[in-house]
Design a protein around this ligand. Structure first.
Ligand code: PMV
Length: 356
């Protein structure tokens, strides 16, 4: 499919309300660096989460004035920063939704994970909003579910690249690669049918090392990749890692899975360290937690591994069958490294879901 397939000028005039939950996701092969129009420099693969999600309600009514209006609240309260972001985003996608021109939108969003946990909320919030918009549009189009899923992912991507991977689950891929013939730079695809069952109920415990604001936003991080001296090599490695991970996910080979995901996490942070200007998102306790995970794995031979997104929190990955011992280790050894001893025990899920 090409970009033009997602343009829609059909409209209607009516009122209604839709509500969707959409989860966050954690990348195994990371998206770090992009071209124009949110086209990724390399394919990425992620696990869709389940418990960390955004709930978004969109009410639409025929517009009151000549210009359509968008009203946004976060958790029932006005939030001018978010409102501005949502307005700019919706303006930027209006050619894809004919109905936007003649309707006012009343949007309320809330996250079920702590707002200041340092967990990326752009993936869940953009995919929840995209799900609502495509759902409204589907009331007048005859598009099938397969098309709607692609459009939801396409629109999510324009809001935040990684959000494209939250529409479906448990395992998705975004970005063109010869390894998956249905892959695209424009939207993510569900690759769960090519994944061994050991991964489908994998656990992801997020250690909240530091809930504070990041010193560098991920948009700036992507931009700095344009002049990072190692970027071309990085994009090549990420492409290879995608191909290797495909086989690993299929075989259920946990040791190789661990090697590749941990290497990906450390590599994107090494690119932050080698950017100009350089910046460090890991905190001392991020490294302390990583050391402890490596030591625990050496001693127990269990399959606990870590990954990181663009922040200091540590995402622990482990198979469901090893939950009991690993949770004890988290409680006894890792929680002390977390802000207010907090962590979120999440696991893989199936993506965005309609509430009404
Ligand atoms: O979607 P963005 O622009 O917030 O970028 C996300 C980047 C990482 O979380 C670091 C990696 C990824 O693939 O999710």
């Amino acid at each position: 499919m090409i970009e033009q397939d997602f343009i829609c000028s059909d409209s209607f005039e009516s009122s209604g309300i839709v509500e969707w939950n959409s989860p966050s996701n954690i990348a195994l092969v990371k998206y770090w660096g992009k071209k124009q129009n949110q086209i990724p420099q390399n394919p990425s693969i992620s696990f869709t989460l389940s418990k960390c999600y955004t709930n978004t309600v969109v009410e639409f009514k025929p517009k009151k004035n000549t210009q359509n209006e968008i009203y946004f609240t976060f958790d029932g309260k006005e939030n001018q920063d978010f409102e501005k972001k949502v307005n700019t985003f919706i303006e930027s996608i209006d050619k894809y939704f004919g109905f936007l021109k003649n309707h006012d939108l009343y949007i309320n969003s809330k996250n079920n994970f702590p707002h200041s946990s340092g967990i990326a909320s752009s993936a869940s919030s953009m995919s929840a909003l995209a799900s609502c918009l495509v759902d409204i549009e589907s009331q007048i189009t005859n598009n099938d579910n397969n098309f709607n899923l692609k459009k939801k992912s396409f629109i999510s991507r324009l809001g935040s690249g990684s959000a494209s991977r939250s529409i479906e689950g448990p395992v998705t891929l975004w970005g063109k690669t010869d390894a998956f013939k249905e892959s695209s730079d424009l939207y993510a695809v569900n690759i769960s049918h090519e994944v061994d069952k050991i991964f489908l109920d994998y656990n992801n415990t997020i250690l909240i090392i530091d809930p504070g604001q990041k010193v560098i936003s991920s948009s700036l991080g992507h931009e700095l990749m344009n002049k990072n001296p190692f970027s071309n090599k990085r994009f090549e490695i990420a492409k290879n890692n995608t191909e290797r991970l495909k086989d690993i996910l299929k075989s259920g080979e946990l040791d190789d899975f661990i090697t590749i995901t941990e290497s990906e996490a450390l590599m994107i942070h090494s690119l932050m360290l080698s950017s100009d200007p350089y910046y460090i998102l890991m905190k001392p306790n991020t490294l302390e937690a990583i050391y402890k995970v490596l030591e625990f794995r050496r001693e127990t031979k269990l399959h606990l591994s870590f990954t990181l997104d663009a922040g200091s929190n540590v995402h622990l990955l482990y198979p469901k069958s090893e939950t009991e011992i690993i949770k004890k280790f988290i409680d006894n050894e890792l929680l002390m490294l977390c802000k207010s001893k907090s962590c979120i025990h999440d696991h893989l899920g199936n993506g965005a879901t309609k509430i009404r």
